[in-house]
Each structure stands twice: as C-alpha cells, then as structure tokens.
Write a protein that binds this ligand. Structure first.
Ligand SMILES: NC(=O)c1ccc[n+]([C@@H]2O[C@H](COP(=O)([O-])OP(=O)(O)OC[C@H]3O[C@@H](n4cnc5c(N)ncnc54)[C@H](OP(=O)(O)O)[C@@H]3O)[C@@H](O)[C@H]2O)c1
Length: 251
C-alpha cells in the first residue's frame, strides 16, 4: 500500500501537512499520523478524506522508534512521502535551561528525525519525497535559542547531504525554513510574550508553509523558505560574517 508518514501531525504545521496531503499526492492511499496525543490524531483522521492510522509515539524514546520500525517491517508499505515535522524549541539561555529540555530539543529535532528517516528509507522508492522541517533559525545561531537553532542547522545540513545520497534513488529531500508561525510551539517553548524578536518578525501562515513545502518537494528543491523577508535574511546570513549576524539575530 502507498502511504505517507507525517510526524508532529497532532497540531500546527504537521496538522496542515496532513490536511493538504491528498490534494498534493493523489497516489497516496493511507496516511500514518505520528505524535504523542492519540486523541488529536484520531480527531484529525476523521477530517481527512484518506484512510488514516494513528501512531501514538514519543519520538524522544528510542523504543518508540523501534515500534515504528517494527510496524513498517510487519506491513511492508510503499512510503511515498515522509514528513519529519515534530519539533520543539525552548527560549532561554543555555545556562538557565533545564538540562532535560536541552536534551529534548536534541533528541526530537535531530535524533528522532534522523532515525525516523533511517527506518523509513528501506520502504521508499523512486519518486518518493522527504520533507524535513527546519527553520530560519538554521541560518545563524539565535542567542536565547542557541540549542534550538543549532538543532535546525543540523536538520538543514542533514537534509542537503541526504538529498545527494538519494539522488540516484530519485527520492527528493527538501528542508523547510519557515519563519515564526502562531502555533502551540510558541506556548510549549514559553516564547509567546517573552521575545522581542518573535513580536517584531512577520509571521508565516502554516497553510501556506505546508502548500509551499509540497510544491518545493515535487520540484525537488533542496530548500523552501517562505516569504520574501526571510529569503532576504537567508541571503544576508550567507553574505555577512556570522559574528555580526548573530548579534542581530538574538531572540
Ligand atoms: N511555530 C514556529 O514559530 C516555527 C517556526 C519555524 C519552524 N518550526 C518548526 O515547525 C515544526 C512544527 O512545529 P509547530 O509550529 O507546528 O509546533 P506545534 O504545534 O507545537 O507542533 C509540534 C508537533 O510535534 C509533536 N511532538 C512534540 N514532541 C513530540 C514527541 N516527543 N514525540 C512525538 N511528537 C512530538 C507534537 O505532538 P504531541 O504534543 O501530540 O506529541 C506536535 O504535533 C517543528 O519542527 C518546529 O521546530 C516552527
């Protein structure tokens, strides 16, 4: 069976990826929705036109990733689309952040994305698409979100390297570098109301980010950065010394 796997599907951008999947990939016959909150995945499943499977997993837990691996082994699906969207980011200086939260950002944003990709790849073939959700935070470290921005630099770098590795297999890999979106991310990370930068920046609409991501994946683009403002930032961050940009990019 041709399937899509979407992590972080219970809210925000991941939910949008699920809602827009069928219109973009009509060949997909079912979608596996992954996140911890099963009730939200089940509710979303009712809204979708495609058959869905709720896969409640805590992706920071390696044993849960092993469960996903076993499910793939048992069902032998043809994974046409993999969207690695689950992620989190906490606002605070490293020295003042609970080590458990630092670990959670690393485990979810980097390790889980890497391992989910690894376990899905044996089931992906020619014409498959991998969409990895990075961030504008990947362009330059953001003080007060140093660990988060570093994890997203990993996501972008991993995606570009993997894209090259999978070229012969004709599987596209696209990193999505969105600016801020008004989602639960801001509440989970205690960002809302606590960051001048997040108050000042223009916001991205998750609906448009999801639509742009799927367009970019189908065109086999390495990166998708929504909004002209953030495309300009991406260019400047490449041109200017990072020791200067880091001063301007403080959250
Ligand atoms: N919002 C922004 O400003 C912004 C900007 C740029 C990039 N991004 C990136 O966009 C992606 C989606 O974020 P969002 O804005 O949509 O935030 P969100 O609404 O908080 O979504 C995060 C998703 O990740 C899932 N998740 C969290 N911890 C998990 C775990 N341990 N295991 C499995 N799933 C887990 C959550 O589901 P459960 O809680 O049910 O597990 C949820 O579905 C993230 O990678 C984020 O870094 C966000």
């Amino acid at each position: 069976m041709k399937i899509a796997i979407i992590t972080g599907a219970s809210s925000g951008l991941g939910r949008e990826y699920a809602l827009q999947l069928a219109a973009n990939f009509p060949e997909v016959e079912a979608v596996w929705l992954v996140a911890r909150r099963k009730a939200l995945l089940d509710e979303l499943g009712v809204e979708l036109s495609l058959p869905t499977v709720s896969v409640p997993l805590d992706l920071t837990n390696e044993a849960d990733i092993a469960l996903l691996s076993r499910k793939l082994e048992d069902e032998q699906p043809d994974v046409r689309v993999l969207v690695n969207c689950a992620g989190c980011g906490y606002l605070a200086n490293v020295a003042e952040t609970d080590p458990a939260l630092l670990s959670r950002m690393c485990d979810l944003n980097m390790k889980a994305m890497t391992l989910v990709t690894r376990v899905a790849l044996p089931y992906m073939g020619e014409g498959g698409h991998i969409v990895n959700v990075s961030s504008i935070a990947s362009f330059c470290p953001n003080a007060r979100m140093t660990v988060y921005s570093s994890t997203k630099a990993y996501v972008s770098s991993f995606s570009l390297g993997l894209r090259e590795e999978l070229r012969e297999r004709k599987i596209s890999v696209t990193a999505i570098c969105s600016g801020p979106m008004d989602t639960e991310f801001l509440d989970v990370g205690e960002i809302r109301g606590n960051s001048k930068m997040f108050k000042t920046l223009p916001y991205c609409d998750p609906k448009k980010v999801a639509a742009g991501s799927y367009r970019a994946a189908k065109k086999d683009q390495a990166f998708h950065t929504p909004r002209a403002f953030f495309k300009l930032y991406r260019g400047l961050a490449k041109l200017l010394p990072s020791t200067l940009v880091v001063k301007l990019a403080k959250t």
